[in-house]
Design a protein around this ligand. Structure first.
Ligand code: THU
Length: 178
């Protein structure tokens, strides 16, 4: 056998044991408020109000979150900054930890998140990785998909049906169960 045949065979072998996975994600874009369902718009409006009350003197990046529990209660949060920067917390986690503390027995159906910023040009912004991880924990806890509504003060809105679409291959807490 010639050396080039060997190289060819080894390439085939490597291709044979490798598995390439392609992950896709899906979300729906709505042009503006008028296209959104009544309940999603109501939740987004609560997030906008929350954003206006954010405490963000350092970044000036005001974020609001509003989540709807299965019992219909809406819990809001906004970013809370601190002179010792890492001591602050994102809006999403303020909201979700508040829901976890006050309504531990109720699943979360949906969360709307929005920011007030000039630079985003009315386009929605996406939550940071740490907040995705935390939202994922509560989606698992709720045992049902959490609908995520991302918007600005105006402009287009993204609706995502589950945290799994925002954080594929997430760290799975089941690994910690003995
Ligand atoms: N922030 C949020 O509230 N949510 C996010 O998902 C990303 C960032 C806040 C944290 C900080 O107060 C400011 O935005 C700038 O990072």
């Amino acid at each position: 056998m010639h050396i080039s045949d060997l190289a060819f065979l080894s390439t085939i072998f490597v291709l044979d044991i490798m598995k390439k996975h392609i992950l896709t994600t899906t979300f729906t874009e709505f042009a503006d408020d008028s296209e959104l369902s009544g309940s999603d718009l109501e939740l987004l409006k609560s997030a906008r109000t929350a954003a206006k009350n954010a405490y963000a003197p350092y970044s000036k990046f005001h974020v609001g979150a509003a989540l709807k529990l299965e019992n219909g209660i809406v819990v809001i949060g906004n970013n809370q900054e601190n002179a010792a920067y890492p001591s602050g917390l994102c809006a999403e986690r303020v909201a979700i930890f508040s829901a976890g503390a006050n309504y531990p027995d109720f699943a979360i159906d949906a969360i709307a998140i929005c920011c007030i910023t000039e630079s985003a040009n009315g386009k929605p912004f996406s939550p940071c990785g740490a907040c995705r991880q935390v939202l994922g924990e509560y989606e698992n806890r709720s045992k049902k998909p959490m609908r995520i509504i991302l918007g600005g003060m105006r402009g287009s809105i993204y609706v995502i049906n589950s945290l799994k679409d925002l954080l594929p291959l997430a760290f799975d807490g089941d690994l910690l169960k003995k």
